[in-house]
Design a protein around this ligand. Sequence first.
Ligand code: GUN
Length: 292
Amino acid sequence: MVLLDGKKTSNAIKDEIASQVSSLVASGEKKPHLAAVIVGNDGASLTYVASKVKACERVGFESTLVKLPETISEKELLHTILQLNTNPKIDGYIVQLPLPKHIDEQNILLAIDPKKDVDGFHPVNVGRMALDLPTFLPATPYGIMELLERYDVETSGKNVLVIGRSHIVGRPMSILMSQKRKSGNATVTIAHSHTKQLSTLTKTADIIVAALGIPEFLTGDMVKNDVTIIDVGITRVADNTKPKGYYITGDVHFDSVSKKASYITPVPGGVGPMTIAMLLKNTLLARNRHAN
Ligand code: GUN
């Protein structure tokens, strides 16, 4: 069994980005600048955004954190978005999801300038991805594709099962892995809450992308030998015996599934760190596109 080490791989990618930033700075050019907007005080979202800002420091980017109260109106948030769109110092930005219920997420995503949409969530960028045109790939799927590529996991002609059809992970993964591209050319099935006899599908899959958000859902008895497992889940499970009062687990029951797998991502340390590295990569791309 090979562990798909997202921490190690993301560090290698960050080193590559840092060296490109050093070259830019050495030639007197502007550093890439990422902004992150966070609304409210959700603990997990605050942690993710803090990690994104910290990663910017690590590679030599400028970063701006825009922290807004839970009670902000949609109109006020749209105003912030328009300011970020027109601020020439900001190369790219993200609005951390989920947003509070009184704000229409699609309205916000539509307002982001597609050229600064380093999360790749704007309909223009989603459409460009589906058509295989140059775009910002959403960071989590992009990170998974990169991990598969760097570990030489064969995907061509393989049966891939994506569990979960979210706009952020499941849907784009199903599109990317079926495309004619590196880590693509797979025969993809997408499963969701209405899927019947899921375990029949999991038992025949060569590669499973678990992105349904149910902790330790996929167990060893549901998979075949030599399966490749990509675990996208990150759930905080309350546990008073842990120093933080919780532990982090994925959508895969690691102990039982890893015994049968040929490749598997751990949680934490698998897909999560890759997401951050690819967000940085998209920001560098945005900066280079603006400069040209
Ligand atoms: N919430 C969960 N994942 C993501 C992500 O990749 N980007 C943003 N903006 N919000 C998220």
